[in-house]
Ligand binder design. Structure first.
Ligand code: ADP
Ligand code: MG
Length: 346
């Protein structure tokens, strides 16, 4: 299998230790921190020649994650996003350059995927409560499904306004915000002269440069390891200068009375959880693209999802279906390997 080509993570870590990379000296310039922000685990780790400057860069990076959360969270009543949801059906609302960028990019992926990615999923999606195992009633579904349609979003880039053309529309940027936030933190670190870093927000990561002369190793979790943090990843990828986003049906979910897995990636056409795939990983230059693409491909399924990624320059994908079969985009297959759609490896 693909992963077996690479040394186990432990051996790799031992190797780094022996090189003295994880020095315990007070002036050590590898800096790392993990905090809970945006409803997920945010990790920042990087190398800097000056420990003092590194601490400032780290603080700025975490502050940026908190700022983005305060701006884009649908749960914070004063966030720009919550205010839009409250007011944009009544009249066009002025939006920041940041929101313009994110909504515009979201609309791009909606058009590209014929609506598989659609931030208006929240019109109905808002009524799922995964922690308390609640889903919308039949009445709510009938009323709110017609409000899921990106065509109800009237974005005016010149005036920098957004209007909802249907009274029941709600938007949620949960499918793009974390990847975007990771890009922002990488930019902040670069501004401090950082050349070797990894930043992650839940399933969205980006690596800058390498890690002390070797690639960063990023693992794709076994989707059915039951959330066991110590479980070994199914695939390990040696990476440099790339963003990687994974969408899975195992992060936020519950099993309903009929035995169906109800999870947080919604098929906009049905208003229900997308089925077929259990894990989708996308590799590409920026998190603001790999994040929405992982959600998009999850909704599209194996065939359409791989076709989309194979037509996009600079992106690759690793898909795992509900039987545990792994599928790779063309860019990850050896020239003589079997076609990805036939289930390359497992
Ligand atoms: P994670 O949030 O675990 O990183 P994803 O990147 O796949 O996982 O994003 C899932 C989130 O995307 C959901 O929690 C929700 O906020 C949003 N979302 C769900 N379905 C869609 C969809 N069809 N289009 C756009 N966004 C979606
Ligand atoms: Mg995503």
């Amino acid at each position: 299998m693909f992963a077996n080509k690479f040394p186990p993570l432990t051996a790799y870590l031992l190797c780094l230790c022996s090189l003295g990379i994880f020095s315990a000296k007070a002036n050590a310039a590898w800096v790392e921190d993990t905090q809970n922000i945006m409803g997920t685990r945010i990790s920042i780790s990087f190398w800097h020649d000056s420990a003092a400057i590194a601490q400032r860069a780290l603080a700025d990076g975490m502050a940026e994650m908190r700022r983005i959360d305060q701006t884009l969270s649908p749960y914070i009543e004063t966030s720009d996003l919550a205010l839009l949801n409250k007011n944009a059906a009544a009249a066009p609302q002025a939006i920041s350059d940041e929101l313009l960028f994110l909504v515009d990019k979201s609309l791009y992926y909606s058009r590209l995927s014929d609506g598989a990615f659609d931030i208006t999923f929240a019109s109905l999606g808002w009524f799922y409560d995964y922690r308390n195992k609640l889903q919308p009633s039949v009445k709510q579904r009938d009323k709110l499904l017609p409000a899921i349609n990106y065509k109800w979003l009237q974005l005016n880039p010149k005036q920098k306004t957004l209007r909802f053309l249907h009274p029941n529309v709600r938007i949620d940027l949960g499918g793009i915000a974390k990847g975007y936030a990771v890009d922002r933190v990488i930019d902040i670190l670069k501004g401090y002269g950082v050349e070797h870093a990894t930043v992650s927000a839940g399933g969205d990561s980006r690596v800058l440069g390498d890690k002390g002369g070797r690639p960063w190793m990023v693992g794709i979790k076994n989707p059915r390891d039951g959330g066991d943090e110590s479980a070994a990843p199914v695939i390990r990828l040696p990476l440099e200068n790339v963003a990687i986003s994974t969408s899975g049906d195992y992060e936020r979910y519950f099993i309903d009375d009929q035995g169906h897995r109800v999870h947080h990636i919604i098929n906009p056409k049905t208003g229900e959880s997308a089925s077929g795939l259990v894990s989708v990983t996308i590799l590409g230059p920026q998190g603001a693209d790999t994040d929405p693409l992982s959600t998009t491909v999850f909704v599209l399924g194996v065939e359409k999802g791989l076709a989309l990624i194979n037509q996009l320059r600079g992106f690759d994908a690793i898909l795992i279906d509900s039987k545990g079969t792994v599928f790779y985009s063309d860019g990850l297959l050896a020239p003589d390997a079997a076609p990805a759609t036939s289930g390359a490896a497992s």
